[in-house]
Design a protein around this ligand. Structure first.
Ligand code: NAP
Length: 295
């Protein structure tokens, strides 16, 4: 029996990983913050006790992008130091790790998709703390993988489309930033991709082949405005008319953390190494919408 261990199991991605189908002969162990704070070595070791054959996916992170600007110590304590400790324990136990990271490690100055070897240059405390975590994971063992993704939305947990649905029913108009472009990613597709990666990582014939940096995001970069418009069109098909959208530049929506203006990720490496294709995020929107409207 192989165990998929999920740290951060109560978060948006963690909850998708809690529901994703596993291959035959696999079971899962879900570890939320209550079971193990990744900064606490004792709790991490208890969460890993008794495993023989396993792959860990770390979806635990400090993810409050704006708040991180005013509490950088906490962001780094979780995203760099906690992750480094987790990776260190796993290296000793010989358990491979897939660690989640973000497009916010890039500065957004390019206008073509970022490959894994593009030079990172984070604009925010959050982006810097995530980059430091990536480096700790890749230093710890050659068999670890880091998966950068962007704009994840899912059935469970707080995400952008849910916010648009909520505000679009309360306000007269919805102002949406149209000069930050990236690729939305459905959480279920991401969870399926991670399970497939995990299966490759533990397969004897693939030993050591799946490691290092990978990118995974939906096909087709869009602005927040375009993302909201795609949702609005689908909501209308369900008889829900959201308030009209208004495109605004980032300077009219000041936020504490700077974000990259263009951060589409090139996903070719995952396609080549594991045969995993970028998902259709518009289809993900259509699938999740009825569930969001039920809440
Ligand atoms: N969502 C996105 O759009 C997006 C985009 C790019 C990359 N990512 C990356 O994808 C991963 C998963 O993100 P997500 O959207 O699922 O985030 P999320 O919903 O905020 O989930 C993160 C989880 O980590 C937990 N956590 C925080 N500090 C912890 C600690 N010290 N020890 C153990 N658990 C801790 C949180 O618990 P509490 O709720 O109790 O704090 C939460 O359950 C992260 O690495 C994130 O950087 C996400």
């Amino acid at each position: 029996m192989t165990t998929l261990v999920v740290f951060g199991a109560d978060g948006l991605l963690g909850r998708a990983l809690a529901e994703v189908a596993l291959p035959a002969g696999w079971r899962r162990r879900l570890v939320g913050r209550r079971q193990a704070d990744i900064r606490n070595g004792g709790q991490v070791l208890s969460a890993l006790a008794g495993l023989s054959r396993a792959v860990v996916v770390n979806a635990a992170a400090y993810t409050a992008v704006d708040k991180a600007e005013s509490e950088p110590e906490l962001a780094f304590a979780v995203n760099r130091d906690g992750v480094a400790h987790l990776a260190g324990h796993l290296a000793v136990l010989g358990i491979p790790l897939i660690h989640m990271s973000t497009d916010y490690v890039f500065d957004g100055q390019r206008k073509s998709p970022y490959a894994e070897d593009a030079e990172p240059a984070p604009l925010s405390v959050y982006g810097n703390s995530k980059l430091a975590g990536e480096r700790a994971v890749l230093r710890a063992a050659q068999t670890n993988a880091v998966v950068r993704t962007s704009r994840v939305f899912g059935r469970h947990g707080r995400c952008f489309p849910q916010l648009v649905l909520e505000l679009g029913r309360q306000r007269h108009t919805l102002s949406m930033v149209d000069d930050q472009i990236a690729c939305p990613t459905p959480a279920d597709d991401l969870a399926r991709a991670l399970v497939r990666m995990a299966a490759h990582m533990i397969a004897p014939q693939d030993a050591g082949r799946i490691s290092g940096l990978y990118h995974y995001c939906g096909e087709g970069p869009v602005s927040w405005y375009d993302f909201a418009a795609a949702l609005s069109t689908r909501a209308e098909q369900h008889g829900i008319r959201l308030s009209p959208l208004r495109a605004i530049p980032s300077r009219d929506y000041p936020q504490p953390a700077r974000r990259p203006s263009w951060s589409a990720l090139a996903c070719d490496r995952l396609r080549r190494d594991c045969g995993i294709l970028p998902p259709d995020w518009r289809q993900g929107l259509s699938e999740y919408l009825p569930g969001w409207l039920d809440v």
